[in-house]
Design a protein around this ligand. Structure first.
Ligand code: ATP
Length: 368
């Protein structure tokens, strides 16, 4: 019987439980033994109780739960070869040679490195006497399939990452709450949202809430953004609006690569010589990650989890390592490292202020 492990890694995101449930149940349906690795790579390195065989009932109720019930962690040991060697040993001891990982680009990079090193890790374990040659014989290749769990929607090659729509829904809900009080007191609110290098959450939240002004990393404002913002907001106020909402992505930059901070924006809106608005800052923080997954993320996690099991079972040693994407509403397998590479390139171009190139790259599909 084929033995498959499923793991969640990196930052948690709503919908990861849907992935675990789908992998466990699809795996069992396909006559496999399915294991959950608790606490991400940390569990793989520690072994023992951290690697647990899952039954059909073990994932009952998972769909509606937020976060990740099998835990996640950042694992320093897995960055180093000795840590990955211990992880390989624990997998062989459990008879596992297929791993489905739901995480961000860091977790997926680690997985690919692990896959590439696998034969040499096993050889070294034998040469050190930690495993017998006969023990490693059936596990010559490691199959890896990635699923992208991230609230930031920051991976190239897929339209949506698992968790992004839940975070977006949460942000919109929070902005609605804030709007009620903003309107009552005729206040302005500067709302900082997550996303790291990526402005997707901020942009979509601004569209969905009808925000007055927006700052995202991908499209820095012109040098006259202060005048422009005050002008727009003044105009909205003159049209009778009693509330002002400015959304700022945590990675927002100006044309010169300097961070645009909520305090800078607040000070400007509150300036007595200018608009003089009673202005507050709200940093939404981890409420954006918490709570249950919206229907879209439950659906995405489930369909992609099922596809991941199929991909693992169909893989041959020659198959290129893939991740499961959604493009134009279709679930698709795509080369993993091409997507990770492109994601890193876009982030680094944005950091270097080469926005047009970065946007062109983000808009191009890498070849399948
Ligand atoms: P998020 O987008 O939420 O940050 P992530 O998967 O990118 O998720 P990371 O902290 O980068 O989060 O990675 C999670 C774990 O994956 C790390 O703690 C480490 O154990 C492993 N990992 C990440 N990058 C590598 C790498 N280059 N080599 C080996 N392991 C890695």
């Amino acid at each position: 019987r084929k033995k498959i492990a499923v793991m969640t890694s990196g930052g948690d995101s709503p919908g990861m439980n849907a992935v675990v449930r789908a992998v466990v149940r699809m795996g069992i349906h396909m006559d496999c033994d399915v294991f959950a690795v608790y606490e991400g790579y940390e569990g793989l390195v520690r072994g023992g109780n951290y690697i647990k065989q899952m039954g059909w009932e073990d994932v009952r109720g998972y769909l509606s739960e937020g976060g990740t019930l099998i835990g996640t962690a950042r694992c320093m040991a897995f960055y180093e070869r000795p840590g990955r060697m211990t992880a390989a040993k624990n997998m062989v001891l459990n008879g596992i040679d297929a791993l489905i990982i739901c995480g961000g680009d860091g977790s997926l990079t680690g997985a690919d490195k692990f896959r590439a090193e696998w034969p040499s890790l096993l050889e070294e374990l034998v040469s050190k006497g930690e495993l017998q040659q006969s023990q490693i014989e059936p596990y010559k290749h490691l199959n890896i399939v990635g699923l992208v769990g991230s609230i930031d929607n920051d991976l190239s090659g897929t339209d949506a990452t698992i968790g992004a729509y839940s975070a977006l829904a949460r942000i919109c809900e929070m902005v609605d709450y804030i709007e009620a009080t903003a309107s009552s007191h005729s206040r302005a609110f500067v709302i900082e949202v997550m996303g790291r290098h990526c402005g997707w959450l901020a942009l979509m939240a601004a569209v969905a809430t009808g925000a007055d002004f927006l700052f995202i990393p991908e499209k820095p404002r012109e040098d006259n953004w202060r005048e422009e913002m005050c002008q727009v907001i003044k105009q909205h106020r003159e049209m009778g609006k009693r509330k002002t909402i400015v959304i700022i992505a945590e990675g927002a930059l100006d044309k010169h690569g300097e961070k645009v901070t909520p305090t800078m924006v607040k000070d400007l809106l509150a300036d007595k010589d200018g608009l003089g608005l009673d202005t507050r800052i709200t940093t939404l923080g981890h409420v954006q990650r918490g709570g249950t997954a919206v229907a879209y993320d439950r659906m995405l996690g489930t369909l992609q989890g099922v596809e991941a099991v199929k991909a693992v079972l169909e893989a041959t040693p020659e198959t290129e390592t893939c991740f499961i994407a959604i493009t134009e509403n279709k679930i698709a397998r795509k080369p993993l490292m091409a997507a990770v590479k492109e994601t890193k390139e876009v982030a680094s171009l944005i950091e270097q202020q080469r926005f047009n190139e970065a946007m062109a790259l983000r808009d191009t599909e890498f070849s399948d």
